[in-house]
Write a protein that binds this ligand. Structure first.
Ligand code: HEC
Length: 274
């Protein structure tokens, strides 16, 4: 190394000075002391070399749209089953809106509320009886069988009259089906029940009667639906005629209204069918 011509060493020192921007006087000193300059030149050049690769520290050749794609938030995996289930849920929801509320939300629900509020204390929450007669296990339909069940006597009117009038307000010797198994029921034979014709509206009274017949009596679905339509028609007839269930109407009178309702409900059905 020491054999290098001095002018080369001087040029190298100058180049180094230009590169590093320091030691402007390096060339001068090199002229005076060549051997000392040699390591000085070799080292900084070697040091400068790694300094150059520092530049590519900004690896930005990634295009903005690629970067956007990489950083974008992806859709979480759990959303997929949710999205798949959504239309199924929508169909069920719409179907539910179209069908049940007309019946489930109607007289039956209203009747259930009245029963638990005004009748269950004597007849039991499920109609098992207590101070009042047992209604469940079909008992209520034995006393008040319906035409739909194939009986000769239509007890629907009798049950409405009974609940309206109670023990004291019933003027007939027996109530309900005269041919009831075990004998016709006589007012006062089980105790005293007050009438609800004055306290409940016609709709409320008819609703609780329907509730007992369906829930305790066990009317089958078709019979329950037929009765529901009949009762809706009956309420219309009663409103038309200004019927007051608190006025002491007996089973016979109410039977007349039920017959009228049945005729017009049947007429509607025939009209709809024809
Ligand atoms: C204070 C107790 C009491 C309450 C409250 C009561 N009942 Fe009664 N219920 C009786 C008694 C007692 C009898 C039997 C009456 C008789 O023998 O004269 C009876 C009989 C009946 C019967 C006839 C059952 C049969 O097979 O003979 C029906 C139907 C009935 N109740 C419905 C109702 C309804 C509907 C309500 C509520 C709106 C109601 N009861 C509230 C005590 C009650």
């Amino acid at each position: 190394m020491t054999e290098l011509p001095e002018h080369l060493l001087k040029r190298a020192a100058e180049a180094r000075a230009r590169l590093t921007g320091e030691g402007g006087g390096g060339g001068d000193t090199a002229g005076g002391d060549a051997p000392a300059a040699t390591p000085a030149v070799a080292a900084p050049v070697a040091a400068a070399t790694p300094a150059v690769p520092e530049e590519p520290k900004a690896p930005e050749p990634v295009a903005p749209y690629v970067e956007a794609g990489l950083n974008r938030k992806t859709i979480p995996a759990w959303i997929i089953p949710v999205l798949l289930f959504l239309p199924i849920w929508a169909i069920y929801y719409v179907g539910f809106l179209e069908n049940p509320p007309a019946e489930a939300g109607g007289l039956l629900v209203e009747g259930g509320e009245i029963y638990s509020g005004q009748c269950s204390s004597c007849h039991g929450g499920t109609g098992g009886g207590g101070t009042g007669r047992q209604l469940n296990d079909g008992q209520v339909l034995l006393t008040f069988p319906s035409v739909e069940a194939g009986a000769s006597y239509d007890g629907l009117a009798g049950q409405i009259a009974w609940v309206a009038n109670g023990t004291a307000g019933t003027t007939t010797a027996t109530y309900g089906d005269p041919a009831r198994g075990g004998g016709a029921h006589t007012p006062g034979s089980f105790g005293q029940m007050s009438g609800f014709g004055g306290g409940l509206s016609a709709e409320e009274l008819v609703a609780v009667v329907h509730y007992e017949r369906v829930t305790h009596g066990g009317l089958d679905e078709a019979a329950a639906e037929a009765e529901l339509h009949l009762l809706e028609e009956l309420l219309r007839v009663m409103e038309e005629e200004g019927t007051d269930l608190g006025s002491g109407l007996q089973a016979e009178d109410i039977q007349h209204l039920v017959d009228t309702a049945r005729a017009s409900a049947g007429g509607d059905a025939e009209a709809a069918a024809g």
